[in-house]
Design a protein. Structure first.
Length: 394
């Protein structure tokens, strides 16, 4: 599948801000397409005019569509999907559901997301776990051979981020899944930067749990996230908290959790966001995730090539496979000054500092990088404008 000229024209026509700015901050929060934004506004207006409970009843089919759409996106069953208020909370609901004991080990990557590392350390303090950062290979991604060698009977979880927040590498998720399956170790994949960015087939990857967000490459509303939990893993996890949505109260002293992934949800949800995320997933699937990936990777390659020709610019992306996130720093200017300078040209980028990628950044002696993340509605002309603006700044 290819992303056609008609697809691009449609995508830009339905992205209202394209005429006013260049948005290279899709790894932070992308621009909602008009059909998604309009639906979200209409849902909220219905709540305003008719009431929240009444609107939820009226939009029941749209709310259920989230489970259908997300299951199509990940190639799983609808009852293996749960809605969350963000990717971190989705990840937390699964991770904190594991029962650990003293001496257990968690294997993760050097490029792991900072919030996840905090959670590992919290549980390490609580239970006496060992957190093992598997070294990188020659490309800067997780070394699968080292991962395999690190497996022993103390390893209770393999947990990695597919794409780190502070760089453009794509970790070899399928190869990690093969190791996990061979060893019989649960595998948790943080795909926050991956959903909507590249095809994700949980059966092919072999992960038991996957978390993602709506606001990034899916172009959905903020305050939305999703969680996949394989059926076989469901009863091996105890959600860190339950309510009368996640479980049924049988008697004053007895409850029963729901049999599906909704046990990881809360009763009170962002209903407009949930239905809107379903619309956003359907919108992405109309273009085709493989087509989206091909175009995003092409644009990112052109951006990296252009950056490599500017004196003083150092590209900081690692990985054998590089995605739509492009990171760099400049000898002549600090990252924040570059960001503010580009903003004056109506170009949106972000700065990734050490907190999100602390382990990797400290190992590589990096404090911060500029992160320019492209999406399918961006153009080659925008990349040329970006490069000219950057050169004038540095």
């Amino acid at each position: 599948m290819t992303f056609s000229k008609d697809d691009l024209n449609r995508a830009r026509a339905e992205t209202r801000a394209c005429e006013d700015l260049i948005h290279f901050n899709n790894a932070g929060s992308s621009l909602m397409p008009a059909p998604v934004a309009d639906y979200l506004h209409e849902f909220l207006r219905e709540e305003e005019m008719n009431g929240g409970y009444e609107t939820a009843d009226q939009e029941k089919e749209a709310l259920e569509n989230f489970y259908v759409s997300s299951s199509k996106l990940l190639n799983c069953k609808p009852d293996e999907m749960a809605f969350a208020e963000n990717a971190t909370r989705a990840w937390d609901m699964a991770f904190y559901g594991f029962s650990f004991s003293k001496g257990d080990r968690i294997l993760t990557t050097m490029s792991e997301y900072g919030s996840n590392v905090i959670a590992y350390n919290q549980q390490a303090e609580r239970y006496g776990l060992e957190v093992v950062f598997v070294p990188d290979d020659e490309y800067g991604q997780i070394d699968v051979c080292a991962l395999r060698q690190a497996i022993d009977d103390r390893v209770k979880l393999i947990s990695i981020s597919l794409i780190p927040t502070g760089g453009g590498l794509v970790n070899p998720a399928e190869a990690v899944g093969k190791v996990a399956r061979e060893a019989g170790v649960p595998y948790l994949l943080d795909a926050c930067q991956g959903v909507g960015h590249l095809p994700l087939d949980v059966e092919k990857i072999g992960c038991d749990i996957l978390s993602g967000t709506g606001r990034k490459y899916l172009r959905g509303p903020r305050g939305t996230g999703l969680l996949y939990v394989r059926h076989e893993m469901m009863d091996k996890l105890v959600p860190p908290f339950l309510d009368q949505h996640a479980a049924d109260l049988i008697s004053p002293g007895e409850y029963k959790m729901l049999p599906d992934a909704k046990r990881f949800e809360n009763w009170e949800q962002n209903f407009a966001g949930k239905a809107g995320l379903g619309v956003a997933i359907d919108y992405a699937l109309q273009f085709g995730i493989e087509s989206i990936q091909h175009r995003v990777y092409m644009l990112a390659d052109k951006l990296r090539n252009g950056l490599s020709e500017i004196d003083g610019i150092e590209l900081t992306d690692l990985g054998e496979e590089k995605c739509g996130i492009v990171t760099f720093r400049a000898a002549q200017a600090g990252c924040e000054s570059i960001k503010s300078g580009l903003h004056k040209h109506r170009i949106n980028v972000s700065v990734s500092d050490g907190s999100g990628s602390l382990v990797s950044f400290q190992d590589r002696d990096i404090t911060e990088v500029v992160r320019a993340s492209v999406h399918y509605f961006n153009t080659e002309e925008e990349i040329l404008f970006f490069l000219d603006a950057l050169e004038s700044i540095v």
